[in-house]
Design a protein around this ligand. Sequence first.
Ligand SMILES: CC(C)(COP(=O)(O)OP(=O)(O)OC[C@H]1O[C@@H](n2cnc3c(N)ncnc32)[C@H](O)[C@@H]1OP(=O)(O)O)[C@@H](O)C(=O)NCCC(=O)NCCS
Length: 171
Amino acid sequence: MALGFASFRKRQFVVLPLQSDESAALAALHGEDFVRPWTDGEFAELMKQDTVFGFTAREEGKGAGAPLGFVLSRMAADEGEILTLAVARRYRRLGIGRLLMDAVLRHLYHERAQSLFLEVDEANAAALALYKRLGFKIVGQRPGYYENAGGRRGNAHVMRRDLYAGGPAHR
Ligand SMILES: CC(C)(COP(=O)(O)OP(=O)(O)OC[C@H]1O[C@@H](n2cnc3c(N)ncnc32)[C@H](O)[C@@H]1OP(=O)(O)O)[C@@H](O)C(=O)NCCC(=O)NCCS
């Protein structure tokens, strides 16, 4: 069987700051996985807030298409928080989640944040693996935090990644 050159080419993705007109695309991606998907309007409201920022990922050279993944984050005082992160099912395990999280970490370093927090369902093996790989540590628990399929409650781990563990001298 002959395979074209394109089959072997490693896919490249670009990460761009979130635009205010992308709320519908974010809601569509979010709806692929979450039991209580956030609506277009909820994303639009969040994105209006000065403290909220985020990034989308697209395949290089296909800038006009729908985003393949996004991350939404917030910075208050000197702490960052991941509000949500999602990658389209067909594009997982290609490094997009990591690229998006790296973009948030870079932004927070630039803003001199001290740490980045998030909550993750203890049953979400993919997200837990990604966050552990990025240096997040479990620092707390929120019992029954998530509503899962069938109305079951799922526990959340609270995770933290320190950004300036060495203090101001290392900035
Ligand atoms: C979690 C999620 C964002 C990961 O995105 P992704 O683009 O597939 O992740 P990446 O390809 O960047 O993976 C980076 C690393 O994370 C870990 N990882 C990611 N998915 C994994 C999986 N399914 N199983 C085990 N490890 C996984 C691996 O260490 C991986 O590196 P590797 O592929 O070199 O082994 C994606 O699975 C998703 O959108 N899930 C549904 C929504 C969600 O759970 N969001 C998080 C809410 S807290």
